[in-house]
Design a protein around this ligand. Structure first.
Ligand code: SF4
Length: 317
């Protein structure tokens, strides 16, 4: 193992293997809200959430699903000569839409022949068997590759309360089990530098995702947007952020404990544009990614190096 691309399972390589060519994600932005903002499970949302609902790379949600897919497809086809696409329901909490509306939107995306997959981003407390049954039916009809992205952020349920997630670890485990029963793949989002988490939490993040048989991971570093509860706490110096060097240590340790079969969709998040109090230590995300990759080589370590703790570790002598 010499080249850094061998040291962790990269998403771009995985997609080409899976679909036989490069596949592009087309973001779709649906109008909607989030149960953690409208009072159903909480008010005000997660402490870091800005009004954009984490869909800042999307077209406006006033356009229909078909229009958004068509526009984004034209762009990717012209620019990259792309042929196959995954429609990515990225913003807000897609499965929190009323069932009929959810079904209509997903069906609209599935109509396009160049769509080979659908990726749906949501919260663990918005996973429900009725919605999953519909998706399973659609997958059967259209031979689509469907996966669900769950925002978890951390396995530390004390930190989940601090960031006002509105759900704890149990809802996440329940959601994972339900999705798995429907045989969809799962991607999990984590933030590795939450101020209330330490290295033990980072290791447990990797171990729990491995034990649950998660398929994909997206790592982010915490960004702080003005006029959010987190922004206020930051201004009041209520917490300290770890350094970039420590963040990189956490990513490397996370990878070492992670099942080598889990595909890494992202090592560092990009963060939204503007209105930011803190994002990626004022460093480009790709520079951080390069530093992580260089260190993996320098230390001769890799994803899964410390993955030996499942299936009765004590019995393997
Ligand atoms: S779940 Fe997403 S949209 Fe809802 S409050 Fe949290 S970050 Fe915002």
């Amino acid at each position: 193992m010499n080249h850094m691309s061998d040291r962790y399972k990269q998403y771009s390589v995985h997609l080409v293997r899976k679909f036989g060519e490069k596949v592009y994600k087309l973001p779709v932005n649906l109008p909607g809200t989030c149960p953690n903002r409208d009072g159903t499970v909480g008010m005000g949302g997660c402490v870091f959430c800005d009004e954009e609902g984490a869909g800042f790379e999307c077209l406006p949600n006033t356009l229909s699903v078909q229009q958004q897919i068509a526009e984004n497809k034209t762009f990717f086809t012209r620019r990259f000569n792309a042929h196959k696409f995954i429609s990515y329901f990225q913003a807000f909490t897609n499965t929190y839409l009323p069932f009929e509306q959810f079904r209509a939107n997903i069906q609209a995306a599935a109509e396009d022949e160049d769509i080979v997959g659908i990726s749906i981003s949501t919260r663990p407390d918005c996973i429900n068997d009725r919605y999953l049954d519909f998706l399973a039916g659609l997958q059967g009809e259209r031979n689509l590759d469907i996966n669900i992205e769950l925002g978890l952020q951390t396995v530390n349920y004390h930190s989940l309360v601090k960031i006002n997630r509105g759900h704890t670890l149990a809802e996440f485990v329940d959601a994972v089990q339900r999705i798995k029963r429907h045989r969809f793949e799962i991607c999990v989002h984590l933030i590795l530098n939450l101020p209330w988490d330490d290295m033990l939490d980072v290791i447990e993040n990797a171990k729990l995702l491995s034990a649950l048989g998660i398929n994909y991971v997206k790592l982010h570093s915490l960004y702080i947007v003005k006029e959010t509860p987190l922004g206020e706490m930051y201004a009041q110096e209520e917490f300290e952020l770890i350094s970039l060097d420590e963040y990189i240590e956490r990513v490397i340790t996370f990878l070492e404990y992670l099942d080598p079969d889990i595909v890494i969709q992202r090592l560092v998040g990009k963060g939204p544009q503007g209105n930011l109090l803190f994002c990626n230590w004022n460093t480009s995300w790709w520079k951080i990614k390069r530093r992580i990759e260089a260190l993996l080589v320098e230390r001769d370590t890799w994803q899964g190096k410390k993955f030996g703790y499942l299936n009765g570790k004590a019995l393997r002598k």
